[in-house]
Design a protein around this ligand. Structure first.
Ligand code: UD1
Ligand code: CA
Length: 454
């Protein structure tokens, strides 16, 4: 099928400089959701109709070979928008699917169902029955139940307004007849626009076959015209994702308090406490537990590991049977081999940490290679940066780093070495030995503390 996504409207009610279709839902622009849902259904590039702030939309989604843009300037209605896209369609493809950029949660299953239905029909409309149809175009049927027209709310009679079956705006149309129908649209209606929905009346008058398909979930066809609707849809989507996790056996202490902005993949017996945010691609293997108020982004947590509250992780891999947090920060390239303890106010960046190593308190480990069974004391800092260059710290297996140590990189601590507390290490520390840099302690005899005059 050809695919056209209408996205030229300005979204006045958003009260935002960001174009409506770039407003994020579940962390990604609404248009990105539509592009993901429709990917693979068309052999030719999908046509996005842009108008209001077209450059911003093109900047965000340009440069890919499965999307082209058609500029609609000025925006004279949805029928006009499709007409503008027409020259970009493949005329030999018999069907054209129209989607709306502000209806972000349409599912691939629904598109597949429409595609299948379209093989035996001239037109397929995605419709839904709503308890409150206000604002939507109504589906008008004849006494045999055949669709004869769509009437916009603003043009509807009292009887038509009572119809609860509404137009979602998503439809499959016959490509070859489309050009003629679009050219015959008029803008003599309440909004002075060229309505795409008037094509249905023209098609019915020519006895074209029109059938309807319904989505599995109503949220799939909810349009977003305001921040209120966006927030509502966000909650519906988050609830749906939480529900899916629960169905798969994940324990959520409160399904109303989880946010997934991307893809969260969970193994068996995973438990997630309240207030967590998952971004990008996150994998939690079997028996992983995530404490309250963690933010995990593009992170893999291997089986049996516990992430304690208020941990922030971005681009990290945490090995099996570890304990991370509370208040840990894992940054891109943090790789923990397993059975690690990472404690409060520990930041790890672009570093590997070997099996069973512990960094329990108040440390910064960056650009480092830490071996197995290493103990890093409180307040240890890898001084990896001279303001221009980054340098590496290497710590061998079984090393013991005393508290409050600075490792001035590039520097290597040999296997089994011990560094005394407070050391500023500027040269390599040999294997198996105690190394420390520390001013000798002294006590001043006969010293008297100054006293205030009475
Ligand atoms: C439209 C339908 C209505 C349906 C509803 C579902 C028409 C006339 N009405 O109404 O039957 O119930 O969607 O949500 O089609 N757009 C353009 N160019 C334009 C006008 C709009 O690209 O000139 C785009 C908008 O960016 C938006 C979509 O088309 O993504 C829908 O436009 P909107 O003005 O929101 O239509 P509705 O009044 O909601
Ligand atoms: Ca709309």
């Amino acid at each position: 099928m050809n695919i056209v996504i209408l996205a030229a409207g300005m979204g006045k009610r958003m009260h935002s400089v960001l174009p409506k279709v770039l407003q994020p839902l579940a962390g990604r622009p609404m248009l990105e959701h539509v592009l993901e849902a429709t990917s693979g259904f068309s052999s030719s590039p999908r046509v996005v109709v842009v108008g209001h702030r077209a450059e911003d939309v093109k900047a965000r989604f340009g440069g890919r070979d499965d999307v082209t843009f058609a500029l609609q300037e000025p925006q004279l209605g949805t029928g006009h928008a499709l007409k503008v896209a027409f020259d970009s369609l493949d005329p030999s493809d018999p069907k054209t699917l129209v989607c709306l950029g502000d209806v972000p949660l349409l599912s691939r299953e629904t598109i597949a169902a429409m595609q299948e239905e379209a093989s035996g029909q001239d037109l397929v409309l995605l419709t839904v029955e709503l308890p409150d149809p206000t604002g939507y175009g109504r589906i008008v049927r004849d006494e045999f139940g055949r669709v004869t027209a769509i009437v916009e709310e603003k043009d509807a009679t009292v009887q038509e307004k009572a119809i609860r079956e509404v137009n979602t705006g998503i439809m499959v149309l016959p490509t070859d007849r489309l050009e003629r129908w679009l050219s015959n649209l008029s803008n003599e209606n309440a909004q002075g626009e060229y309505y795409l929905t008037d094509v249905i009346g023209l098609a019915a008058a020519e006895n074209a076959t029109i059938s309807t398909v319904h989505p599995r979930h109503v949220y799939e066809v909810e349009g977003v015209n305001s921040k209120v609707q966006l927030a509502r849809l966000e909650r519906m989507w988050q609830r749906a994702q939480a529900h899916r996790l629960l169905e798969d056996g994940v324990t959520l202490l409160d399904p109303e308090r989880i946010d997934i902005r991307g893809r969260l993949t969970c193994g068996r017996d995973v438990e997630i406490d309240v207030g967590c945010v998952f971004e990008g691609d996150v994998v939690l293997e079997d028996k992983v537990r995530v404490g309250a108020y963690c933010v995990l982004k593009d992170t893999v947590v291997r089986r049996g590991t516990e992430i304690l509250p208020f941990t922030h992780s971005d681009g990290a891999e945490v090995g099996e049977d570890s304990r991370v947090g509370p208040y840990s920060r894992l940054r891109p390239g943090a790789r923990l081999a397993g059975e690690n303890h990472i404690g409060n106010f520990v930041e790890i960046k672009k570093s590997s940490v070997g099996l069973q190593s512990k960094i329990n308190h108040l440390s910064y480990v960056g650009d480092a290679e830490v071996g197995a069974r290493v103990n890093i004391g409180a307040g240890t800092i890898t001084c990896n940066y001279d303001g221009v260059n980054k340098f590496k710290t290497v710590i061998g297996d079984d090393a013991f780093i005393g508290s409050d140590t600075q490792l001035v990189a590039p520097v290597t601590v040999g296997a089994g070495a011990t560094l005394g507390a407070g050391t500023t290490l500027t040269r390599n520390a040999p294997e198996g030995k105690l190394t420390l840099s520390r001013a000798r302690q002294m006590t001043v005899e006969h010293w008297v503390r100054p006293k205030k005059k009475e």
